[in-house]
Design a protein around this ligand. Structure first.
Ligand code: PHE
Ligand code: NA
Length: 468
């Protein structure tokens, strides 16, 4: 048996976990999810989901990894032979996500360079799909399936990102991942604060912020309680979806990362600190993004509604427009924004790749270098699919299915297995024994009852939306 890698310190572990959580989801996904789901009022379902599912599952995964000290499949197997397959299912999800998440990080790298001379021009949408992604024109209009060729503007940055991933994972847990997180998280915070300060002092920022903060309670309440939104439950589901994605839970990531903890290391407080840093970061990013959108609304007449609705195109279509409209230093502001995306996305990618690497090291007793070379090689090869002209179409479809089914189902199975086929209280007591404060029995009931019910309902709704 080789000596197992370990974090150097508690802070190192918290920063690495935060590096995984804080990602593209915080910077471009969260702002438009909030906007589409009741603005300021979304905080209620959001915190409800954080407390009933986010933090309980996070602490469950920390407990599993710390106690069993293995990659996800091995940890689950050590707790019960019948659980190992869930670990492999999560490894598979990680593999699928990695291959397209890397494409989005690569786009951000390109956009970082485009920002300096505003190479995206006036029509940023045409630039994204045509020049940057190389999507054949008919594909947009007729939703055809023709393949554009390899797109070097995506391919080259992608290979660079893979090289970076290879390097960090090759260095290992303490010298690679931990050291990277200690640099990246503070750097990201400083960049984000600079971004927010600049954004909120722009003319028109208040208009955008009003949209973010004005609570539309009618949108989140059931009609019986005075709501006016027949789809009110979709707001609550969106809150759970955001929390899962954002905290990187149900992907085996937190199991893997916590397996590198020292046995005596604090868990409960670390988990809660990490969860709230992630939420704080989300909110900070939302303030910056909405202030910038408000500025653009005033400068160009595009309404805030329209800009925020752009959803996924927010980062690569709307933001370049905002940067175009900037009074001065466009390039600098643009570069700041896209560099934040790169850094946030990169550390999340590292975490998701480490899940796969660790699983193979444990299963086949491989050396780290062998596992890293093989896993990075295969993932890089598959990711080339997304560097072709039709990549973005495939990406949309895969992302949609992973979010609607993969993650929710794996979270559901995880809480059911641990809630009902395992002595949950053992894990809680193990966690409590080393922690600054104890978690009470309420936690058991969240894992056994509340979370499975919500996730079950989510799965049904998603199934219905898709197939009925
Ligand atoms: N938590 C990351 C984010 O907010 C997303 C992510 C999910 C990253 C799963 C890695 C693995 O962007
Ligand atoms: Na996040």
């Amino acid at each position: 048996m080789q000596q197992r890698d370990q974090w150097g310190s508690r802070l190192g572990f918290i920063l690495a976990a935060a590096g995984s959580a804080i990602g593209l989801g915080n910077i471009w996904r969260y702002p438009y999810v909030v906007y589409a789901n009741g603005g300021g009022a979304f905080l209620i379902p959001y915190f409800f989901a954080l407390i009933t599912a986010g933090i309980p599952i996070l602490l469950l995964e920390f407990g599993i990894g710390r106690f069993a000290r293995g990659s996800a499949p091995l940890s689950l197997r050590r707790l019960s032979r019948r659980f190992e397959w869930l670990g492999w299912w999560q490894v598979l999800i990680c593999f699928v996500i990695t291959t397209y998440y890397v494409a989005i990080v690569a786009w951000s790298v390109s956009y970082f360079f485009y920002a300096f001379d505003l190479s995206w021009g006036e029509n940023t949408e045409a630039f994204l799909y045509g020049s940057h992604l190389g999507l054949p024109e008919q594909a947009l209009t007729e939703q055809g399936w023709q393949f554009g060729g390899m797109q070097w503007k995506v391919l080259l940055p992608m290979l660079a990102v893979w090289a970076g991933i290879y390097y960090v994972l090759y260095l290992g847990v303490q010298r690679g991942i931990e050291r990277m997180s200690k640099w990246f998280i503070p750097l990201l915070l400083v960049m984000m604060i600079a971004f927010v300060i600049r954004a909120v002092t722009l003319p028109g920022a208040v208009g955008g912020l009003n949209h973010l903060f004005t609570p539309d309670f009618a949108k989140i309440l059931p009609p019986l309680l005075g709501g006016n939104n027949p789809e009110w439950h979709s707001v609550w589901l969106a809150a759970y979806g955001q929390i899962f994605f954002s905290l990187s839970i149900a992907f085996a990531i937190m199991i893997t990362y916590s397996s590198y903890m020292d046995r005596g290391q604090e868990v409960n407080n670390s988990g809660i600190i990490m969860a709230f840093s992630n939420s704080g970061f989300e909110y900070l990013a939302a303030i910056g993004v909405f202030a910038a959108i408000g500025f653009m609304a005033q400068a160009t007449g595009v309404s805030v509604e329209e800009a925020a609705r752009a959803g996924v195109g927010l980062a690569f279509v709307v933001f370049p427009q905002i940067i175009n409209a900037f009074p001065a230093f466009n390039g600098l502001f643009g570069a700041l924004f896209f560099l934040s995306l790169v850094i946030a996305g990169f550390s999340s990618l590292i975490s998701i790749m480490e899940v796969i690497v660790a699983a193979f090291m444990d299963k086949f007793n491989m050396k780290r270098t062998t596992a890293v070379t093989r896993v990075v090689g295969v993932c890089a090869l598959v990711s080339l699919l997304y560097a072709t002209g039709s990549g973005v179409i495939i990406l949309d479809i895969v992302d949609h299915f992973i979010n609607s089914f993969g993650i929710v189902l794996s979270g559901l199975v995880e809480v059911l297995l641990f809630g009902w086929f395992f002595r949950l209280s053992v894990l809680r007591e193990e966690n409590n024994a080393v922690s600054d404060y104890s978690i009470g029995r309420w936690w058991d009931w969240m894992i056994k009852g509340v979370t499975p019910l919500v996730l079950l309902y989510m799965s049904f709704r998603n199934f219905e939306l898709e197939f009925i």
